[in-house]
Design a protein around this ligand. Structure first.
Ligand code: 4NP
Length: 167
């Protein structure tokens, strides 16, 4: 009986796994992370076992859909981005299991929010090889190619993210 109880405690339940993507405005990079990872999980029929969300370190775009250029670029890859922008909270850093920041500035901003987050804090590039940059470049003030590059980076990272959370 004790062994059974220990086993239940030690083996993480897939139901408890939750991931939050974070960027600055939550209208370009992190909603793309949320949408693309959700799409991959759906394809693998893992959608019921992992909760995905996204947020920004600023609240300037709160309540807005993702930038139309990112929605269009994602749709061209078969992914509809539907999330509404929101600002990250301290509560997020205690309720999510894994927080994935898009760049080092986002990560530093998150780390300043609370000294002891229970969530594991990572960069998206932690799930990529050395051929990729450390930061997912902010595409907001650039051209269409920037949005494509963000999607390329996220698509490349998804298999390692899924592998890292697989029980
Ligand atoms: P994101 O891009 O952080 O990938 O959502 C940005 C969106 C908006 C702004 C900056 C970056 N902004 O300055 O409003």
């Amino acid at each position: 009986m004790i062994a059974i109880a220990l086993r239940i405690k030690l083996v993480p339940s897939p139901d408890s796994c939750s991931i939050l993507f974070v960027c600055l405005g939550n209208i370009c990079r992190s909603p793309a992370g949320e949408g693309l990872l959700q799409h991959s999980l759906n394809a693998l029929q893992l959608q019921d076992s992992i909760e995905i969300d996204s947020a920004g370190t600023i609240g300037y775009h709160t309540g807005k859909l993702a930038d139309h250029r990112m929605r269009s670029a994602a749709l061209n890859r078969g992914v509809q981005l539907q999330s509404l922008s929101r600002k990250i909270t301290v509560e997020d850093l205690h309720s999510f299991d894994l927080v994935i920041a898009m760049d080092r500035e986002n990560l530093a901003d998150i780390q300043r929010m609370t000294p002891e987050p229970t969530a594991e804090l990572k960069l998206l590039s932690d799930f990529l090889g050395d051929e990729w940059p450390s930061d997912v470049p902010d595409p907001y003030y650039g051209g269409d190619e920037g949005f494509e590059y963000v999607l390329d980076m996220i698509e490349a990272a998804c298999p390692a993210i899924i592998h890292s959370i697989s029980p």
